[in-house]
Ligand binder design. Structure first.
Ligand code: NAD
Length: 337
């Protein structure tokens, strides 16, 4: 069956890793009817806006997208298109698995999933500066907004995810000792939901600074982590660093209206256009998309091929200590598929 899906190649290394991923999907025989759209800097260049209506319309229709990284200007400039997409389609659950693939690293048995709330907290965009005297930015203020319903649905999602994927424990990560209202609401809601899963899924909770340290000391103790937006963003990059870096970290943004799959990393402007980016994260995001569509066999074949190429064939991109170019790596995975 051919599925219609939106394809946003993205900025920087986006087009390179997306082309590599399409080659592998093709080799798998996964049939997609791609509706190619733009977002971020490439959309500004083509359509004069970072998030064209055509892109939104396409995702509204297909409810499914594979997306490359989009550049967000730091400091000033337009607001993040990624955040806008998450809010527009209520993609409230950001699922970010981290698993050891490359053997012989500092950590051998990492296999955890971070479930990050994706629409609330400090990402709601209530961010202002105030003028005092002559200084237009004398004071800066940001606001975090959490709702009980937002907390409830992400915690429920995490426990249901754990149940469906044979996971044993959910760790609730928060800062309720200091952020008593927002993080406190998250923890309180999570503690109300956790007992419903008693006997099937264990639950514990950790303050975020301790969780960040524990991730480095003993990552194998974690199974599923559920946390709020900013903490999830930071902890998932940290977790990817335990197993070889951002080049291996995929993510899914799941909501009621659509699902968007992407690498955790950004557009990597420092290496864009050089053909050396690691496309694994984008390929693993495509595998998550296949899982989401119930194509479990194709997803497993993709993951197996990718792991075989890295571990047995020893074909690796530079970020993993190898010399393979993006295209060469992609061709090797496609052959293994
Ligand atoms: P980044 O993830 O783009 O890069 C961080 C470092 O990791 C760089 O040294 C980069 O070369 C390396 N790296 C990242 N992906 C790699 C890959 N596939 N293969 C090899 N090396 C890789 O983070 P950044 O530099 O902080 O951000 C750059 C831009 O990307 C910013 O505009 C940011 O807003 C955006 N961004 C977008 C997304 C997204 O679209 N989901 C996510 C994060 C950052």
């Amino acid at each position: 069956m051919t599925r219609e899906a939106t394809l946003i190649a993205g900025d920087g290394i986006g087009p390179e890793i997306t082309e590599a991923t399409l080659l592998v999907l093709d080799a798998l025989g996964a049939k997609f009817d791609w509706d190619e759209q733009y977002g971020g800097m490439s959309a500004v260049e083509k359509a004069g806006t970072p998030l064209p209506n055509a892109t939104l319309d396409s995702i509204r229709r297909t409810k499914l997208a594979l997306k490359g990284p989009l550049t967000t200007p730091v400091g000033g400039g337009y607001r993040s298109v990624n955040v806008a997409l998450r809010q527009e389609f209520e993609l409230y659950a950001n699922v970010r698995p981290t698993k050891t693939i490359v053997p012989g690293g500092r950590y051998d048995k990492v296999d955890l999933v971070i479930i990050r709330e994706n629409t609330e907290g400090l990402y709601v965009g209530l961010d202002h500066t105030f003028k005092v005297g002559d200084d237009p930015k004398a004071v800066a203020q940001t606001m975090s907004v959490m709702t009980r319903e937002g907390c409830r649905r992400i915690v429920r999602f995490a426990f249901e995810y754990a149940k469906q994927h044979g996971r044993k424990k959910v760790t609730i990560v928060h800062k309720a000792n200091i952020l008593k209202a927002t993080s406190g609401l998250f923890l309180e809601t999570a503690r109300m939901i956790a007992p419903e899963y008693a006997g099937a899924i264990a639950a514990d909770d950790k303050i975020v600074d301790n969780a960040a340290m524990q991730l480095v000391i003993n990552p194998a103790q974690f199974d599923v982590i559920v946390t709020t937006n900013l903490f999830g963003d930071i902890l998932s990059d940290e977790a990817s660093g335990l197993v070889g870096g951002l080049g291996l970290a995929p993510g899914a943004n799941i909501g009621t209206k659509a699902a968007i799959f992407e690498a955790v990393h950004g557009s990597a402007p420092d290496i864009a256009g050089r053909g050396i980016a690691n496309p694994s994260a984008q390929m693993l995001a495509a595998a998550m998309m296949l899982d989401h569509l119930g194509e479990l066999d194709a997803a497993a074949r993709l993951r197996h091929a990718l792991e075989t190429v890295i571990v047995k064939d020893n074909v690796r991109t530079r970020d993993l200590g190898g010399t393979a170019a993006t295209a060469e790596f992609a061709r090797t995975v496609a052959r293994r598929v």
